[in-house]
Design a protein around this ligand. Sequence first.
Ligand code: NDP
Length: 243
Amino acid sequence: MTQTTKVVAITGASSGIGEATARRLAAGGHRVFLGARRTGRLERLVEEITREGGTAAFRKLDVTDAADTRTFVDAALAEYGRVDAVVNNAGLMPLSPLAALKTEEWNRMIDVNVRGVLHGIAAALPAMRAQGGGHFVNIASVGAYEVSPTAAVYCATKFAVRAISEGLRQESAGDIRVTLVSPGVTESELADSISDPEAREAMQSYRAVALPASAIAEAIAYALSQPPEVDVNEIVVRPAASA
Ligand code: NDP
């Protein structure tokens, strides 16, 4: 029997793409389990989803901590009895030129964008295998395909997410599906983490054509709605006005 509604754990669900994905999937009948550090926002989001007839729960999550990420997935399993999909969405983008030597920001990006995705995979893969299948949706970026000025480290983290996703797909074909979703510029709070004044300024012109976060949520919902024999591996979603 094809399972049409799923249990989906979403990291970084307190704003932007993660929040829009939680709303979209819950509206489609999926049961969502939400994680991020700002629990006040998650609490309000769960209340809203529930008021609108959806099913949602949350737990505080720091994806840089492997044990905490395991506890997050275990809490989703305890809440709903299974975890059909994990959307590894949490991410940071403090852009700056390499010469600015913002080593602390480089490390934070690596910790959240790369280690966070690996922690999500490690936390859920055994349970997915035990229940006979699962689906990882990893959020990369158009920066997983091309490098732009001030984005060397950010793009490196997203190239890594792409490589990890392809490796996981090859190693676990059969029972685990893997989708890489790569957004172009999208409305969210992502650029708020940019401390470099020039990189911040440069982002303003990109943001003028930003997609709504719901456009990315729609792509994620599409991948998750496919029948079991269909594995959608990569989706790139750009604003139509992008070069
Ligand atoms: P937002 O800044 O709005 O959302 C990022 C989310 O990640 C927040 O919910 C934040 O929650 C969470 N997060 C950050 N650090 C951690 C952590 N250590 N543990 C758990 N959660 C964390 O940005 P977006 O919605 O845009 O970003 C979502 C993803 O989309 C990212 O991977 C980003 O790289 C990617 N992306 C975005 C694009 C865009 O233009 N917006 C383009 C391409 C890719 P909290 O602070 O509460 O923990």
